[in-house]
Design a protein around this ligand. Structure first.
Ligand code: SF4
Length: 364
């Protein structure tokens, strides 16, 4: 079942059979997350107030790529989880207001300097993938594999990071996995919680001539990316012949698309796997004018800014993260106005989670 840990071969065989639906309730998207529901007067008021409060509070506003466009437009830094962690930890601002989801806010709270406050505009911004990572199952695996190494994906909460040796984001997952393979020879590796990204890790292991027996995977997934299935990509490729496709490796279509490339059905240059940030770079650099984009649709906003001349086609237009969309322009304003919601973490857990996070920030 979801959240269980299996040897990689078994996990890959089960990947398409296990119910990976979200283990937590997915909230409704507030109407104000859609820019068309905010009047011009209100938007202007909120933008002006945010700019005023930002100065007054000496605040830095960070926004994830999946944020509603009007939230991205008031941010000082926009990017994926790794980029936001880098920007937040490098900043000396008194207030770090991060429009993202809780696991990212926790990273800033763990790494923050004593004078800094970390604020989240919404406490409803959770993550279905992070919710799959059951810390008790990780502890049980560690008891069975006393020499094991745990690599947790950035989409995990502080208690899971505290049990991990390494942490990685989509932008540096390949580098971290390679690092562990080279620097921790022979040791069993548990990669969690995303089984699709785990499949990607397995491919890497095979490429490096390492036995797959070393690798264990957790059966977890993001319900938004899991919803992007092979038939979505195939249908868009049929409708847009000649279009390139760029895919986030958390997607439910990852293994099928990788197999299509391996079998020669699709030329590698026409179908690439990239991190959230890497997808933007791909769209900017590819010579193709039409690109099929397999990820959360919010990422299309920064992509269109980076390459306004390109035609971007969402593989599945319903791939919308309702957790991310709990952050609204009004929410950012109220967060700065009332200094809410302050994110704090248990000191002991934070101490233990710091090392894998530092490793994630340094292996880039
Ligand atoms: S898109 Fe998926 S992985 Fe990202 S925050 Fe939403 S539920 Fe979590």
């Amino acid at each position: 079942m979801a959240g269980d840990i299996f040897p990689a071969r078994e996990a890959i065989a089960l990947m398409d059979e296990v119910d990976l639906s979200p283990p937590i309730e997915v909230p409704l998207i507030p109407a104000s997350a859609f820019p068309e529901n905010i009047s011009r007067e209100e938007r202007e008021f909120l933008r002006a107030e945010i700019a005023r409060l930002k100065k007054e509070r000496n605040a830095l506003i960070l926004a994830h790529n999946y944020m509603p466009p009007d939230v991205q437009d008031v941010a000082d830094a926009i990017g994926d989880s790794l980029y936001l962690a880098q920007q937040g930890t490098a900043s000396d601002a008194d207030v770090l207001c991060e429009a993202a989801v809780l696991f990212m806010n926790q990273i800033l709270a763990i790494m923050a300097r004593p004078h800094q406050k970390v604020l989240a505009p919404s406490l409803e911004a959770l993550c279905s993938l992070a919710a799959h990572a059951d810390v008790n199952k990780i502890r049980a695996w560690k008891r069975e594999h006393s020499d094991g190494v745990v690599i947790s994906y950035v989409n995990t909460y502080v208690d899971v990071k505290a049990e991990s040796d390494y942490c990685c984001a989509s932008a540096n997952s390949a580098k971290v996995i390679k690092y562990v393979i080279e620097h921790e020879p022979g040791r069993p590796i548990l990669f969690l919680p995303d089984v699709y990204l785990g499949f990607y890790a397995a491919k890497l292991l095979e490429k490096m001539g390492e036995p797959l027996d070393r690798l264990f995977l957790m059966m977890g997934a993001c319900h938004v990316h899991d919803r992007i299935k092979p038939h979505h990509v195939e249908e868009q490729r049929r409708l847009h012949p000649g279009a390139a496709a760029v895919i986030h490796p958390e997607c439910g279509c990852t293994s099928a698309c990788m197999r299509q490339i391996a079998s020669g059905m699709v030329p590698e240059e026409m179908m690439q796997f990239r991190s959230t940030q890497g997808m933007i770079k791909f769209v900017r650099e590819t010579p193709e004018q039409t690109v099929i984009v397999a990820t959360e649709i919010g990422n299309i906003h920064p992509m269109s800014k980076a390459a306004p001349e390109k035609k971007l086609i969402p593989a599945n237009p319903e791939a919308v993260c309702a957790f991310m969309k709990q952050n609204t322009l009004r929410g950012v304003y109220e967060s700065l106005r009332d200094l809410k919601y302050e994110i704090t973490v248990d000191r002991d857990l934070a101490e233990r989670a710091r090392k894998p996070i530092e490793r994630m920030l340094s292996i880039v």
